[in-house]
Design a protein around this ligand. Sequence first.
Ligand code: 2F8
Ligand code: CA
Length: 134
Amino acid sequence: DGGSFKSSWYYLSTEKKSWTESRQDCLGRGAHLVIINSKEEQEFIYEWSGCLDTYLGFHDTNTEGVWEWINDGALDQSSAPVTTYWRDGEPNDAHTGEDCAHLSKKVSDPLKSWNDVPCTTNIHWMCEKTTSTL
Ligand code: 2F8
Ligand code: CA
């Protein structure tokens, strides 16, 4: 519907964890790692995360190169659009493999701000509860 972020609840972590631990933390809060459903939500999340790099619920852990949103229970997740906001040159699956996406603040364009990193990288994360799960 393009406007669901307006009725979402967001949580910004104070700790840093791996992607899997971050995902688990959100589940423990009755939430899920952030799912970007619209350009407006991307812009909102970009501002709201301040200076912190934060994990998104986006990964290609199942099939290299096939990026997908997690399906952790929220009703809007399976319908999340495939619109992506990668930084120039990303995703590049660098190092020994990078299968988890995060919002990177080392950029000037909010609409080109995602990067893939190894899922074991400890960074901050953001959880979301949509109206369907609130
Ligand atoms: O910007 C390119 C490259 O920068 C880093 O690697 C040197 C990132 N790695 C980590 O943040 C762990 C890469 O993901 C990124 O593609
Ligand atoms: Ca990368």
